[in-house]
Write a protein that binds this ligand. Structure first.
Ligand code: KIV
Ligand code: ZN
Length: 523
């Protein structure tokens, strides 16, 4: 019989806390839905005490998402555990994840605590967490650099106190496969009460070994892997969920283990995360990179034609990269679009289908053929963000250099409350002219930090996706926009941020834009 490895997903906690990956509450909820569909066993929804926004996000996910166990992180102190316990309360199955550092460096310089004090604090935290749920995970932060005998004592105390999962993090990404196998073998065989807990690995990728180390921990007795989609996380990231899940599945003959991950949902979940955070995965990234299933060289193509297995250890369909030959165009109807969306792994509600269909028709008017990537971009746009209150009514730019005229933007915006505003602005470049105009029209003081645009498909009528990073009141925001016109895609991405700031502020019932920005940034 194949043993199951529990997949503990930390995309929304360790992943989200990395610079450039922050998500607002709505985005976290959408991602949590995708992770639940993906089949993760435990979903770490956030660090409830970190901010009111984090608390609300964990609580909303606990209320709305069924399937996985919903978990919040907490340090070993009363306030953290109370916040985590309150936030996860609405969940059917909930877990509190408490952690404290155990290594000499952390004890001496960060915590300024003795070995005994660390154990006392851990036991008190587990005891308090058990008042909220009987599903308590304990992490010994920087476990890999902790003295073995002491780590064993800490783990024994944690199990005796009632922790049912023991996590052994490689917080700084320092270990090697052989070392971590040995450590897990030691702990799972030598710790008193080891049979009462599931042992878990949490590996960071500083040396590029997170996936290898997590698999090696399994060889040593780990039965839970903590990981994040696309490998996001602190510094170089966490163990990549899609890689570890596909490794266990593809090499089931070697590991004899599997997971509950529905691999066909990997492609969508990965793309959704990239779209929401504005961080596309590298082309050559294992499993989810654009080249992961591309066979360009003549020798490889020859082999593939003779027998796919010559160069392919997994099929693109395994991760949901389903292709069919149907090309959509302006005469395609709703049923064809729905069918294509389903083939791509999306299940759209009637409202979503209607909204995507309108965008699809507009796109099909501009393009001869609409490809899978176009459909994906439209659906992701619909799935990852609500629109408004501002919308672009019209936009026209002139650009280039003739030595006399400056690039110029003529733009008209309309607001859901009925306001219509327009302006003409010249600047050093067309993008600059558009963004400065939007700032003046919306009254938001946004500063562009970075901007990238790429074509989603090939050909001269390809659709462009623009991703921008903007700061306002010292906080960083990501915006995304698509169009067959790159400048329009960029304007939409910029307006996406303004809209997010206004929607959040509206929820908080504030009218002043400056204070709205400040509050939205704190969430
Ligand atoms: O890397 C780490 O040690 C962590 C813990 C909080 C589990 O993320
Ligand atoms: Zn971590």
């Amino acid at each position: 019989m194949t043993d199951k490895i529990h997949i503990f997903d930390t995309t929304l906690r360790d992943g989200e806390q990395a610079p450039g990956f922050s998500m607002d509450g709505g985005q976290k909820l959408r991602m949590a839905r995708a992770l639940a569909e993906l089949g993760v066993d435990i979903l770490e929804a956030g660090f409830a005490v970190a901010s009111p926004g984090d608390f609300e996000a964990v609580q909303t996910i606990a209320r709305e998402i069924s399937g996985p166990v919903i978990c919040s992180l907490a340090r070993c102190n009363v306030g953290d555990i109370r916040a985590a316990g309150d936030a996860i309360a609405p969940a059917k199955n909930a877990r509190i994840h408490v952690f404290i550092a155990t290594s000499p460096l952390h004890r001496e310089y960060k915590l300024k605590m003795s070995k005994d004090q660390v154990i006392e604090r851990a036991v008190a935290a587990i005891t308090q967490a058990l008042e909220y749920t009987d599903n308590v995970e304990f992490s010994a932060e920087d476990a890999i650099r902790t003295e073995r005998d002491y780590l064993k004592t800490v783990v024994e105390a944690a199990i005796a106190a009632g922790a049912t999962t023991i996590n052994i993090p490689d917080t700084v990404g320092y270990t090697t496969p052989e070392e971590i196998t040995d450590l897990f073998r030691f702990l799972t065989t030598e710790v008193e009460g080891a049979d009462k807990a599931v042992f878990s690995a949490h590996c960071h990728d500083d040396l590029g070994l997170a996936v290898a180390n997590s698999l090696a921990a399994v060889r040593g007795g780990a039965r839970q892997i903590e990981c994040a989609l696309n490998g996001i996380g602190e510094r170089a990231g966490n163990c990549a969920l899609e890689e570890v899940a596909m490794a266990l599945r593809t090499r089931n003959d070697f590991f004899g283990m599997d997971t509950n991950i529905n691999a066909k949902k990997i492609n969508i979940a990965s793309k959704m995360l990239a779209s929401i955070t504005g961080n596309p995965v590298a082309r050559n990234k294992a499993i989810v990179g654009a080249n992961a299933f591309a066979h360009e060289s003549g020798i490889h193509q020859h082999g593939m034609l003779a027998n796919r297995e010559t160069y392919e250890i997994m099929k693109p369909e395994d991760i949901g990269l389903e292709k069919d030959n149907l090309v959509l165009g302006k005469h395609s109807g709703r049923a064809a679009l729905k069918h294509r969306a389903e083939k791509l792994g999306f299940s759209l509600s009637d409202n979503q289908l209607q909204s995507v269909f309108v965008d699809f028709k507009n796109l099909a008017d501009k393009k001869k053929e609409v490809f899978d990537a176009d459909v994906e971009a439209l659906i992701l746009g619909e799935a990852i963000g609500a629109s408004g209150p501002w919308e672009i009514d019209s936009l026209y730019v002139s650009a280039g250099s003739d030595g006399q005229n400056q690039p110029e933007a003529t733009i008209r915006l309309c607001h859901a409350d009925g306001r219509k505003r327009s302006m003409v602005k010249q600047a050093s470049g067309p993008v600059n002219a558009v963004l400065l105009s939007i700032n003046e029209l919306t009254g938001h003081d946004l500063h562009l930090d970075s901007f990238s645009a790429r074509s989603v498909t090939e050909g001269e009528d390809a659709m462009a996706e623009a991703n921008i990073r903007v700061s306002a009141n010292g906080e960083s925001y990501h915006g995304r926009g698509t169009s067959t016109d790159t400048i329009l895609a960029t304007a939409r991405a910029y307006l996406d941020v303004s809209n997010r700031i206004e929607r959040k502020a509206k929820r908080l019932g504030k009218s002043n834009v400056k204070s709205q920005q400040k509050i939205a940034a704190q969430l």
